[in-house]
Ligand binder design. Structure first.
Ligand code: NI
Length: 139
């Protein structure tokens, strides 16, 4: 299989907090990630599309087009935002890296119309990432 990957970065703030738990339970579950003032991350997003090469262009998808979709649909909505309060698609969602990457998958999967979305990988730190990948059983 053939893949193309675009990487983009953004900065955002969040606090891991479950409104169904009290402060003590949140502190026990999430530790310093639940401090009331929140904290920031420099996120790195990697989006991978698979498919065949278009004979006319030599590409699966034009990475400029892919970059535009990711910037418009995802990065512009997350960059320099508070993920607990400022992002419509994360409303009522604990803004963990796992939950964020699943939401990004759903958004991009609707918008990418050349090739197929294969994988979305979101790094929250240089050492921590969550990956959402196509279900190969359904392809
Ligand atoms: Ni965090």
């Amino acid at each position: 299989m053939l893949f193309v990957t675009k990487r983009l970065s953004f900065c955002a703030a969040h606090r891991l907090f479950n409104p169904g738990l009290n402060d003590e339970e949140n502190a026990k579950l999430f530790g310093k990630c639940s401090f009331p003032g929140g904290h920031g991350h420099n996120y790195t997003l990697e989006v991978t599309v698979c498919g065949d090469v278009d004979k006319e262009t030599g590409m699966i998808i034009d990475v400029k087009v892919l970059k535009g979709i990711i910037e418009c649909e995802v990065v512009s909505k997350l960059d320099h935002k508070n993920l607990n309060t400022d992002v419509a698609f994360l409303k009522d969602t604990i803004p963990s890296v796992e939950n964020i990457v699943m939401k990004i998958w759903d958004i991009l999967n609707e918008k990418i119309d050349k090739g197929r979305l294969y994988e979305v990988k979101l790094f929250e730190t240089k050492d921590n990432a969550a990956i959402y990948r196509i279900d190969q059983k359904k392809t």
